[in-house]
Design a protein around this ligand. Structure first.
Ligand SMILES: Cc1cc2nc3c(=O)[nH]c(=O)nc-3n(C[C@H](O)[C@H](O)[C@H](O)COP(=O)(O)O)c2cc1C
Ligand code: SF4
Length: 606
């Protein structure tokens, strides 16, 4: 654990150092704030003021940016800040009870640190460790996996004794690469220049043709043709003094997925090789990898790979002796915002702003990072592109199905004997994956995370591919002991929590959906609430600004269709019960004005 600065002069010097390291660039604001917080624990007003003056912005703007990100704190947190991963699969493994126990053991109240400032305990969206949960994120730089009550007791003792995190048992913090099945991407050794050399030998135009022939589609969810995206960027004009930009999207925020985490630790070289091949084809000089804040513990390893590649001549000036091929990659660590996985929000975040999705057009391939033509691709897409540059398009398109060529990584978790990453050719059936992972008496599978599809038993013959059930990679298994209302309720909480608030249909809609689900969960729902849920679902279709809002009611729709009885059994109230207590909501106003007429609004009604 880094020691928090207490002394004002030392604090100011630490802030100045971080500012200097980033050249006090405005677009580095999120990085600057995050790095300062690693020293200070939270962002106090004088820190924000010093940063604002350093980067030439008003304190209000800096505060506005900081307040957007859940991992940037404007109030003190405990010196041990412990965040439980809060995906449904973590809950199924007992994370909620463990969290309560930890609060009790450390005397941590709800919503704030312990009185002595030693510890705070909270929840965060899925941390990408569904294969080895329940997981704890500590001071955003460390994770403890496979938490159970024994580990919890020992951990609370270490916190109480203020043992530095560096001295905690190393095996607690070990993140395993649980690869259960490998194919073209995971079984081959990482690439260290072979694909770049193959690109050089074949030529830029011919390599782009190979990529086109491969029919590779993006692995981040939407499945856009990679060759088409890269060609559009290649054709876009570059502003004076600018460059084209290659961005790797390693935000991996969809609950239940963790396949990019495994690629980044096993195949980091191949990811960077794919980015270098893209740079060669586009004539890009700048590369950025957007690493989700929850994967901060991967940063040092990734930086080491980049340093080695620079030393090997695989990055920097004149890559592998090719004159004019200048390209380097830097890593930007996110700060806890699912929406920043959306490519235009991600670019805003890279520019040091709040992660609000942009209005398009212009698309990033025309005007992306700092107004320059930019491609944003998923980690897995870059790995595949590197392999295609080496082995050719025909090799890749011979694997998979007509519209979904190649292999796909699936992050399998939930009620199964062998959670982990499975690589299959596209088109594998859901039943096959369930068989291979040792699923126990499966009732349902959530494919592609909360924004994907929920499938019931009669659909297990479906195939995982763009033609049938598309997926970005999450595969969560639920057995017959699970209540699919609880699953949909957890996903409603996730979307309400992660909505960035920019557009009304999503900001209000996700909250209203959650309120109705809360009401049903509390046994206060009636058929009116069920009808409201249907209305909200229709209302939000096509009216939200980005994909987050658009997909937020999908789990609701899917579970209502397939597991309607889970909702029906909660509609026990014959009459409508208001979900909103007007009297309670007016209490603060009454207190402020010194009024004691709590039922006045009812009397006026009569
Ligand atoms: C709310 C939201 C979150 C997203 N999160 C991710 C993500 O974590 N990783 C990712 O690669 N794509 C994510 N995407 C998709 C990206 O916007 C983009 O389509 C993708 O990075 C393009 O890469 P690809 O063509 O290689 O798939 C997200 C989209 C939305 C709407
Ligand atoms: S749909 Fe939701 S996440 Fe997307 S811009 Fe609107 S409020 Fe933000």
């Amino acid at each position: 654990m880094s020691t928090p600065c207490t002394d004002e002069a030392r604090l100011s010097a630490a802030v100045a150092r971080v500012l200097r390291r980033h050249g006090a660039r405005r677009e580095a604001l999120v990085q600057i704030l995050r790095e300062i917080q690693e020293h200070t624990g939270w962002l106090a007003p004088p820190v924000l003021a010093q940063v604002a003056s350093g980067v030439g912005l008003t304190p209000a703007i800096v505060k506005g940016v900081a307040s957007f990100y859940r991992f940037l704190y404007l109030h003190p947190v405990g010196r041990y800040h412990l965040l439980w991963s809060d995906n449904i699969t973590d809950r199924m493994q007992g994370s909620r009870t463990l969290a309560q126990d930890l609060r009790r053991l450390l005397h941590v109240p709800q919503g704030g640190p312990s009185a002595d400032g030693l510890a705070s305990v909270g929840f965060t969206s899925c941390t990408g460790l569904g294969d080895q949960g329940p997981a704890l994120l500590i001071n955003q730089q460390h994770v403890v996996t496979r938490m159970d009550s024994q580990r919890l007791q020992a951990l609370s003792g270490l916190v109480r004794d203020q043992v530095p995190l560096a001295d905690w048992p190393a095996h607690w913090m070990q993140v395993d690469d649980t690869v259960q099945r490998s194919g073209a991407l995971l079984s081959a050794p990482p690439l260290q220049g072979q694909a770049v050399l193959a690109t050089q030998a074949r030529g830029v135009a011919a390599t782009l043709s190979e990529l086109t022939a491969s029919r590779l589609r993006g692995r981040g969810g939407a499945g856009f043709a990679t060759a088409r995206k890269w060609s559009l960027c290649r054709e876009a004009s570059v502003p004076e003094g600018g460059t084209r930009v290659v961005v790797c999207n390693a935000d991996e925020g969809e609950p239940g997925t963790f396949k990019d985490r495994v690629l980044l630790s096993q195949q980091a070289d191949t990811v960077f090789e794919g980015m270098a091949v893209a740079a060669r084809l586009l004539g890009a000089r700048t590369g950025l990898l957007y690493l989700r804040g929850e994967y901060r513990y991967l940063l040092d390893g990734l930086e080491a790979v980049l340093a080695r590649r620079r030393a090997q001549g695989l990055l920097g000036h004149g890559i592998l002796g090719m004159q004019g091929f200048d390209f380097d990659i830097s890593i930007h660590v996110g700060a806890g915002a699912y929406v920043c996985g959306e490519e235009s929000a991600l670019i805003e975040s890279l520019e040091g702003k709040r992660g609000t999705p942009r209005i398009r057009p212009p698309f990033p391939v025309e005007q992306g990072y700092l107004g320059q033509p930019t491609i944003v691709n998923n980690v897995e897409t870059f790995c595949a592109a590197a392999r295609i540059a080496l082995h050719g398009g025909a090799w890749w398109s011979a694997i998979g199905t007509q519209d979904s060529t190649g292999t796909k990584l699936h992050a399998v978790s939930g009620d199964c004997a062998r959670p982990g990453v499975y690589e299959y050719p596209f088109g594998v059936s859901v039943a096959q994956v369930l068989h291979d992972c040792g699923a126990r008496d499966p009732l349902a599978v959530q494919v592609g995370g909360p924004s994907g599809r929920c499938l019931a038993e009669h659909e297990f013959g479906k195939r995982l591919c763009f033609e049938d059930v598309p997926t970005a990679g999450a595969f969560m298994v639920f057995d017959r002991s699970r209540d699919m209302f609880d699953v949909a309720h957890a996903f409603a909480q996730f979307f309400a929590h992660e909505s960035c608030g920019f557009c009304t249909p999503c900001r209000v809609g996700t909250t209203l959906v959650l309120q109705r689900m809360d009401k049903l969960a509390a046994g206060l729902g009636s058929c009116w609430d069920r009808a409201d849920l249907d209305d909200l679902d229709s209302l939000m279709q096509g009216s939200t600004h980005c994909g987050l809002g658009a997909s937020s009611t999908r789990p609701l729709r899917d579970t209502l269709e397939r597991f309607g009885s889970a909702y029906a059994q909660r509609l026990r109230q014959p009459r409508f019960t208001p979900g909103f207590d007007l009297d309670d909501a007016l209490a603060p106003a009454r207190r402020a004005t010194g009024r004691d007429d709590s039922r006045a609004h009812l009397e006026q009604q009569g």
